[in-house]
Design a protein around this ligand. Structure first.
Ligand code: ADP
Ligand code: MG
Length: 323
């Protein structure tokens, strides 16, 4: 009996070793993930991996499948098919091990508004079987100190996000999954929460969803773009921008112009009236300042203002999907 038990234990240890060595540097591995809601395909054969220590932006418009993917990785939702592993553990076979290694800030950041911050974090520590002493560390880490006496319901959205981050971090997970952590924050809160995420990224593997390109550039090493449940691209953040085949300026003329006349100029891709002026997008090699100057002269106008316009996610998307 003892021998059998020893043999089983040895076999188990061997299995553990194989699991650990195979996935030692891989934090998240998703292979052919499919999620159907009824007949709708929210995820359509999604595959990617994230190495230990990486900070990856998961970028896509509303309804792309970001939250669905994150819920599957964190074991909050069952996939229809495919394989998902976190730190070598399968979400199907070892959900408890997965949850131990993952900290999750859901999109809705559900909090108990009637609880005091400390009370709530102690409650979460209890659920995670984490020493209560971690609560004070988390309050310090996430900068909740000045508000610590308040009930969660009395906090601003920025401070609620800090509480959300504190609960995600309390069991010191290796991997952080943050679902649109900055949506709905005012500009000051945005800067603070981004700063906090940047700090956390030095220690942890982070997967962060957003629809803001600028945020990805600020925080992430790599970008995965998803649209309609399908991965469009997966590459380093700087490569994505330089892969863009166009550039743009925002220009204001001294008088009214006919936008379709600009559109007809060779190399101009798009002309759009915006609140701050006219957005003119051209192929990369075009000398846009010269083209617009000539256009102004020909129309007896001058240029009041012209400045480079950062092409946002929408443009990167368009370029990617038009290929
Ligand atoms: P994202 O987070 O990128 O905005 P979601 O993962 O929330 O996208 O949603 C992906 C798609 O799946 C959307 O079309 C959405 O309407 C649909 N969806 C999400 N959750 C459900 C659900 N519980 N039941 C049915 N459809 C859903
Ligand atoms: Mg979402």
């Amino acid at each position: 009996m003892l021998i059998v038990a020893a043999f089983i234990k040895k076999k188990h240890n061997l299995h553990e070793q194989i699991v650990k060595s195979t996935f030692a540097h891989m934090s998240i591995k998703v292979k052919n993930a499919v999620k159907l809601y009824g007949t709708q395909r929210a995820l359509n054969d999604v595959s990617f991996s994230i190495s230990s220590g990486e900070v990856v932006g998961f970028l896509g418009p509303n309804g792309a499948g970001k939250s669905t993917m994150m819920k599957i990785i964190t074991c909050y939702l069952a996939k229809t098919s495919g394989d998902v592993n976190v730190c070598g553990y399968s979400v199907d076979d070892d959900p408890i091990e997965v949850k131990r290694r993952v900290g999750y800030l859901p999109e809705t950041n559900p909090l108990y508004l009637d609880m005091y911050i400390v009370e709530f974090l102690r409650f979460i520590a209890g659920i995670n079987k984490t020493p209560k002493s971690r609560v004070e560390d988390m309050i310090e880490l996430t900068g909740l100190g000045p508000e610590r006496k308040k009930k969660i319901g009395q906090l601003s959205k920025g401070y609620r996000q800090r509480v959300g981050l504190a609960q995600a971090l309390i069991h010191d997970p290796e991997v952080l999954i943050l679902d649109e952590p900055t949506t709905g924050l005012d500009p000051n809160q945005l800067v603070e929460i981004r700063g906090l995420i940047k700090e956390l990224g030095k220690e942890k593997t982070v997967m962060l969803s957003t629809h803001i390109m600028q945020e990805v550039e600020m925080l992430c090493d790599r970008v995965i773009i998803i649209n309609k449940g399908t991965i469009l691209t997966d590459q380093p953040a700087d490569a994505l921008r330089s892969a863009s085949q166009s550039k743009a300026v925002l220009v204001r003329f001294s008088g009214a112009i006919n936008t379709s006349a600009i559109r007809k100029i060779n190399g101009i891709i798009r002309v759009k009236k915006m609140e701050q002026g006219i957005l003119v997008e051209s192929e990369k090699h075009i000398d846009l300042s010269r083209v617009l100057f000539e256009f102004a002269v020909n129309n007896k106008l001058s240029i009041d203002e012209s400045r480079p316009y950062e092409l946002g996610l929408e443009e990167v998307f368009r370029n990617l999907t038009n290929k």
